[in-house]
Design a protein around this ligand. Sequence first.
Ligand code: NAD
Ligand code: IPM
Ligand code: MN
Length: 358
Amino acid sequence: MHKIAVLPGDGIGPEVMEQAVRVLDSIAEKYSQTFEYSFSEVGGIAIDKFSTPLPEKTLKICEDSDAILFGSVGGPKWENLPPEKQPERGALLPLRKHFKLFANLRPIKVFKPLSQACSLKEEFFEEGIDIAIFRELTGGIYFGEPKYVSEDGTHAVDTMKYSKDEVIRIAKLAFEAARIRGKKVMSVDKANVLMSSVLWRKVVTKLRDEQYPDIELSHMYVDNAAMQLVRNPSQFDVILTGNMFGDILSDEAAMLTGSLGMLPSASLNEEGFGLYEPIGGTAPDIAGQNIANPTAQILSAALMLRYSFGMDEAATDIECAIEKTLAEGYRTGDIFYGKDSEKRVSTTEFADAILEKL
Ligand code: NAD
Ligand code: IPM
Ligand code: MN
């Protein structure tokens, strides 16, 4: 039996989460497993109901679970609250910190039937796109202190800070992953300007020299990396980077796969406990219409099966069902280009097509 804290959140969160749970139900039956779901409020919906984005009860449910399946939080309705009370700063970031989820894995993989949905012409990625982004998630400028807006409102401060140990633990995971992939790590930083990046580069290089001599390590400045991702994405195998750069580069990389609605993520701590969520947000522009792409949420559930429950075969099963669904031409609006071979479908219909294949 696996206990899952299910936190749909706001915007499209509940719509895509419903589909992910249907897929999990089907997997439970097929693989004779039991998933016990504890649904709980987080983000804006929790503010509306309980006046706090991360109620004690929600945190307790997460603590008592084997994994957290997270939707997304935030939206225009809560944007004018004091910063610390908003869904993102008041719930998502504290959850990441509370569970020490320092490693955010964002796999960027193009499903073959979607290669034409990539924002690039096919000749730019003839060698394929299969990138694993390792984003440090509990440090850097997101969490460094001091952090404030001055009382008179004349200035504000964020602090970009990294310790040697924080760099080592995320870098190790990136090198380990590279060992079973293409044996290449690209560390992305801004060492020509930021002192935290000077340390980052030094620590990563030393770790490679001492423990991973079999891995080819290169370094790239983040501005160049943003450009290289659209110039020649096939050059990347594992990308290792800090919190903010990883956030930005992964949204950019999402368009290589056709849509932000395609990409899942796993956020893990040192004990292997994980929170699984789409890399994108609550998509307020399309929320409530049953048109969002549920793939990122469903793939996040697949990552949960793989990393938290050791159910690799079931995870692969889901990934194959999605590939087949795309091959048959099913497309939600974000990946629909009007070709004869494509069928434009709703969130629910897309999930129906996946479920048929499981
Ligand atoms: P967003 O990721 O919500 O949306 C960006 C664009 O991508 C929109 O056009 C949206 O329609 C599209 N998109 C995203 N997911 C999609 C899907 N599954 N299917 C189809 N299209 C999809 O980013 P934003 O508009 O900058 O942010 C909206 C809110 O979400 C903000 O409050 C932001 O803070 C929050 N957010 C939350 C998370 C999270 O909870 N993990 C992540 C990112 C943004
Ligand atoms: C993400 C999101 C979050 C981040 C926000 C909502 C705090 O953009 O998970 O990519 O910046 O980490
Ligand atoms: Mn982001």
